[in-house]
Ligand binder design. Sequence first.
Ligand code: UDP
Length: 336
Amino acid sequence: MTGSPKPTVLVTGGGGYIGSHAVLALRDAGWPVVVLDDESNSTGVLVPQGVPYIKGSIADRPLVAGLLREHGIGAIMHFAGSMLVAESVTDPLKYYRNNTLASHALLEEMIAAGVPHIVFSSTAAIYGAPERLPIEEGDPKLPINPYGASKWMTEQMLADAARVHDFNYAALRYFNVAGADPDLRAGQIGKTSTHIVKIATEAALAKRPHVDVFGTDYPTPDGSCVRDYIHVSDLAAAHVAALEQLIADPDENLVLNCGYGTGLSVIEVLDALDVVCQRKVPRAIGSRRPGDPPQLVASNRALVETLDWTPAHADIHQIISDALAWERKLKNGKPV
Ligand code: UDP
């Protein structure tokens, strides 16, 4: 994009892990940003100085309507939502409320205000336990938990609404997001740690006694689950590239898997941790975690072909060393 001024971007959930990295990527590229976050899984501490920050919910329609107008919002990046698979099974209605219904409210306000672009945080969980790899965007959407279902419903809502209303959208389907801003301006600080790279770095720093490997009896080469890990800063850069593309071609929507197209097993991730730490971080072989599909690997052909995006950190050792450096900065879960 040259010449035209960059519109102000509302980043919902911009205080959270991925949202805060998107805020950095937008700001680094010169976009004005406003953050709306309800602090359900963050505190605002990751929002850079000088960024207008509103504590509130995307489901608060008067609040959203007011800030879209007052800040002259020209695009939305929508990260706000709940994202724990296991919790979605025990509390499904929370997921349909926070992910599907709240997105519906945001979408109606966005359309009413005439905001022309939205980039939506979707997930590989919409594919469920896929039969073939790598997963292509057109493959069956058969989510196996309410988290995936709540996100898939939102994607369908976006597709249907974009046909008749004046906006275009990008649905970015994240595979396993990990790592931290290489300059350590942001990283993961969520109230609960469930993701393997976060847990592994906590174990490396003796914040927990060991890492559990959840199952070594899967039909995979070493028996542990295989995932496609993407560095959070590369993912954030993909959001900026997606927004640029939406603006460049307002008649097209984008539905893109976000991964590197490379599968790594849990054991390979932990071996990489040992290489980065130059010692063996204690691990314990445990039983399967319910609901884990054996393998999730993205085809990222569409991402690479459609967007002006080249990954800059596509190496599990870098992902782990950035996550580790960030984890070192945390005292009682807060950066110091
Ligand atoms: N995993 C593990 N030990 C942990 C956390 C996760 O073995 O303490 C495994 C998990 O079973 C899955 C993989 O690591 O096979 C990735 O899980 P994560 O929760 O990081 O992401 P998910 O793929 O569930 O979104």
